[in-house]
Each structure stands twice: as structure tokens, then as C-alpha cells.
Design a protein around this ligand. Structure first.
Ligand SMILES: [Zn+2]
Length: 504
């Protein structure tokens, strides 16, 4: 049974696709993970939107979604204060991809606590979310910056993973009860080539070897039984054949547009903040501070961006664009695709989706249910669990007016991406949203959300689970089989899913 001395090791292989990992497992390429799964289990989890590094770590480390954390993306603009003075107000425009990366911790909503705050005996290795960690408990902070920048330009990612492995194995002999370790190489090599490239598979085999050494070490210490080892990922990836630079697209329509990395733009009428690079948030008239987002009714007016045309409609005509979403003036979320639009709303039970002129989320027409129903029904759809994640995105004050989601095979960044990304993520596509969850403890086959792992880990560690999380206790390792059975029998009747944590 779970004792206070139990330990948890969360190993995050950034950008690992579940199908790629499952194929390697079936091929016998991952012997140490296979051994772990013989007593444990594996399933797939749906990550958060945008499906991109650092934002998609929040559910694992806080039990809350990006919307709840008020960190809607890796780049955003503070619409309430930005007046267009790009240098003086540079703090009102955020990008965690450069020197502002350390700002992420303080940007997380103050009432959201990280696992590092809740579990004082914890360590984070190569973690971009470090809120609550002292320098001693973030032992690779310097190396992460060094290897991270080297890897970016030299396309040399394995040394980062090797450094992570050294710190992880060292942490086994330390007092930490919770250890988070991030392995960046799979994502790095994926961007450089494709999700199943030989370099990606080699990096995965090396992670497998690290899991073997970790378990041998725990066995020698007599701690294997009381250690929960989880191997997870924050997002998937897919090959990109065409780049459409979305900021340049707005400029080509005649809209002066602010975008990273060169923020200077005279009187911008749009700001484009790309993530991953498969999605973007667009802010209309970013130099004019306002409290509220513009609803879709206003955004579609010809004068919205000052070019005498409905740019939402124009976006939907682009082959690169899969979905566009914005709030409605009566509190819903409008979502459009080339084939028509629908509205998503929160209901007392969960989420309702109503087609207006089409079925952009491709769920087969009108549908309503609990958030658990939505996960069960759509985890393997074209856009898995998208209704939940689109609503979540607009919970963040900092989110843009418009969300633009790329169609698979396309991304939104071209001019400044060095080296060129041949594969990417960040959208709502299945290949980006599905992730593997491999556990040393038995796990039901039903998919979960990555955010649901947070209460599972705290419960394993014998720590109280804070109220108000987005993560649901649908899998509690050690008690998992009973709950998994309940879930399989009555997916709509899970009482813990009736409460809708999305409403504040
Ligand atoms: Zn990536």
C-alpha cells in the first residue's frame, strides 16, 4: 500500500508520439520499458492546447490547464496595457522562447501551485517550469541554458539528454520523493527531420536504457516497489510540408502586423503570436489597450483590421488553416472551418456543441455531455477533445481575440525559423494532441488527459490533493483497478466528472 516514503519519477520525453513509441515497444526495441510495463500499464493521454513545450508541461506540474494558469501560449500580448511602445512596453509582450523564458514561473496564476511547491522533497531536471524549486533542487538550470542554446543552433540534442540522465540517476540517491526529468532530444531531432527519424529512435532507445538504470538503482536500494515511474510526453508531432508565415499573411492583406522576433511595427492593427508552430493567437488592434476580447461578430466586420474585408473568412479559405476560433458576444466559443461553423458552450453538466453551418470539429453533429464523455467520445477524433481545449484557451485573460489552428502538414512560421522546422506541433490535430502514458503501476487502457496525472502522483506520494484542479482523480495508482472498472462500466456516470472544473 502507499506509504509516506513512496517516490515518484516523472520522465517526460518531449515531443514523443505514442504510435512511434508503441511500434518500437512491439518491435522489441525498448526492453527496459517492456519490463516495466509487464507489471504496469500504458495508455494514451490527450495533452493541452497549444500542444507545445513548456505550456504543455503545466498540466503535469500544476494539475491545471494553460487557460486556468493564465499562460495561454508560449507567446502572448497583454492587451490591457500594451499601447504600441514596443521597446518601453516589451514586458507586455511575452515569448518564452528567448530571454523571457524565466518569466514563466511568475506568469502562472498566483493561486495555482506547482508540485514543487506542494512536495518540498522534489527535484526538477531540465524543467522550464521551476516555480517552488530552490537552486539546489533545480540542479541542471545552468546546463539547460547551455545545452539548450547549443542544441538549437548545432542540432545536437543528445548531450542534453545525457546530462538529464546523469542528474536523474544522481537524484535517485538523494532525498527527493518527486523527481521530474525532461528529455529534449526526441523533440529536437523530430523538428530537424520527422517523428520516426533514425536520430529520434536512437534517442528513444537511450531513454529506455536510462529507465533500465533507474530501475536497477531503485531495486538495489529496495525502493522499486514503492516507486511510481511514469514515462510521458507533452505533445506529438507531424511532418510539415508547407510553411505559411501567418504574420506575413496579415501584412499581405494590408494589415501592419506585430510579431516575434522583431516587435517594432508602427501602429499595428494585428499581433500574431505563433506556438509550436501549428497554431497562433491573433490580437486585433494591439496598440489600443482594452479589457475585453473582441467577439467574432466584431472581428468579422470589414473594419476590424482596417482593410475592408472579413479576414476570418479569408483565413478559412487558406489551405494552411484548419480551424479558426473566437468568443461570441453571448459567452460561447465560435469555431469555424472551411466547411462551416459551430458554437461551443459550457453547460451545468459539461460542454455542448452546436453546429451552425457545419461540423468543424468533425464529431458528427450536435453533442453535449460531461467533460469525461467528451474525452471518451473524441480522444481518437480528427481533433481530439477539442471542445474542452478551445473553451479552456479562452479562460485565460491573456489569450488573443482569434485562434488560428493549422491544418496538418502546414505551420505558421517561416522567415525566422533557424534551423528550418521540417516537423512540428502546436495544433489540435490528433498527431499533436495524443501522447503516451507508460506507468510502472497498472493502468486501464482508457485514455486520460495529461492533467489527470497530477492528482494521481500526489495521491501516490500520500500528499493532499488541492481543490479546484482541472485534473480529475480518474486513475489513482495503487487503487486504479477499481476505479478503472467503474470508468469502463459507466463512463457517463462518474460522479467526480460531473463537477465542471472549467467554470471558475
Ligand atoms: Zn518542439
Amino acid at each position: 500500500m502507499v506509504s509516506p516514503a513512496s517516490r515518484c519519477f516523472l520522465l517526460l520525453v518531449d515531443g514523443l508520439r505514442p504510435d512511434v513509441a508503441e511500434d518500437r515497444l512491439a518491435a522489441g526495441d525498448l526492453p527496459h520499458l517492456a519490463e516495466m510495463l509487464a507489471d504496469g500499464g500504458h495508455t494514451r493521454a490527450i495533452t493541452v492546447f497549444p500542444s507545445t513545450t513548456s505550456v504543455a508541461y503545466l498540466p503535469f506540474l500544476t494539475g491545471c490547464t494553460p487557460g486556468r494558469c493564465n499562460v495561454p501560449s508560449i507567446r502572448w500580448l497583454d492587451r490591457r496595457v500594451y499601447t504600441g511602445r514596443w521597446w518601453r512596453e516589451r514586458e507586455a509582450v511575452r515569448s518564452y522562447c528567448g530571454y523571457q523564458a524565466p518569466r514563466l514561473d511568475a506568469d502562472i496564476a498566483p493561486d495555482v501551485r506547482t508540485i514543487f511547491e506542494l512536495v518540498p522533497d522534489s527535484v526538477g531536471i531540465f524543467t522550464p517550469v521551476a516555480k517552488g524549486l530552490t537552486p539546489a533542487r533545480d540542479p541542471s538550470r545552468r546546463e539547460r541554458q547551455l545545452w539548450g542554446s547549443l542544441a538549437h543552433y548545432a542540432q545536437w540534442h543528445q548531450p542534453s539528454d545525457d546530462a538529464v540522465a546523469r542528474h536523474l540517476l544522481r537524484a535517485v540517491d538523494g532525498p527527493a520523493r518527486f523527481v521530474f526529468a525532461q528529455f529534449p532530444a526526441v523533440d529536437g531531432y523530430t523538428h530537424q527531420a520527422h517523428p520516426e527519424a533514425p536520430m529520434v529512435l536512437r534517442a528513444l532507445r537511450k531513454v529506455d536504457a536510462v529507465v533500465g538504470r533507474l530501475r536497477t538503482r531503485l531495486q538495489a536500494r529496495g525502493e522499486l516497489e514503492r516507486s511510481l515511474v511514469l514515462v510521458v510526453s507533452d505533445h506529438g508531432a507531424s511532418t510539415v510540408h508547407t510553411h505559411l508565415d501567418l504574420a506575413d499573411w496579415f501584412r499581405a492583406q494590408g494589415v501592419p502586423t506585430l510579431s516575434h522576433p522583431v516587435l517594432w511595427e508602427r501602429e499595428p492593427r494585428a499581433a500574431v503570436m505563433v506556438a509550436g508552430n501549428g497554431s497562433a493567437m491573433v490580437y486585433a488592434r494591439p496598440g489600443v489597450p482594452r479589457e475585453r476580447r473582441w467577439p467574432v461578430e466584431l472581428l468579422r466586420r470589414p473594419d476590424a483590421f482596417g482593410v475592408g474585408a472579413d479576414l476570418v473568412q479569408a483565413l478559412l479559405r487558406e489551405p494552411a488553416v484548419g480551424l479558426v476560433a473566437a468568443e461570441t458576444d453571448d459567452g460561447g466559443v465560435w469555431v469555424g472551418a472551411a466547411g462551416g461553423a459551430a458554437v461551443i458552450r459550457r453547460t451545468p453538466r459539461g460542454i455542448a456543441y452546436r453546429p451552425l453551418t457545419g461540423d468543424p470539429l468533425q464529431v458528427g453533429g450536435a453533442r453535449s455531455g460531461t467533460i469525461g464523455d467528451w474525452l471518451d467520445a473524441t480522444w481518437d477524433a480528427e481533433y481530439p477533445d477539442a471542445a474542452y481545449h478551445l473553451l479552456d484557451q479562452f479562460r485565460a485573460d491573456r489569450a488573443g481575440d482569434l485562434l488560428v489552428v493549422a491544418r496538418e502538414g502546414y505551420d505558421f512560421r517561416w522567415r525566422y525559423e533557424v534551423p528550418e522546422h521540417r516537423a512540428g506541433h502546436g495544433s489540435l490535430a490528433r498527431s499533436h494532441m495524443q501522447t503516451p502514458v507508460w506507468s510502472s503501476e497498472p493502468l486501464a487502457a482508457e485514455p486520460i488527459r495529461t492533467v489527470d496525472l497530477f492528482p494521481a502522483m500526489l495521491n501516490w506520494l500520500g500528499e493532499p490533493v488541492p481543490a479546484g484542479l482541472d485534473g480529475q482523480p480518474i486513475w489513482l495508482p495503487g487503487e486504479q483497478l477499481r476505479r478503472a472498472g467503474e470508468r469502463g462500466l459507466a463512463p457517463a456516470g462518474r460522479p467526480d466528472l460531473e463537477r465542471l472544473p472549467m467554470s471558475r
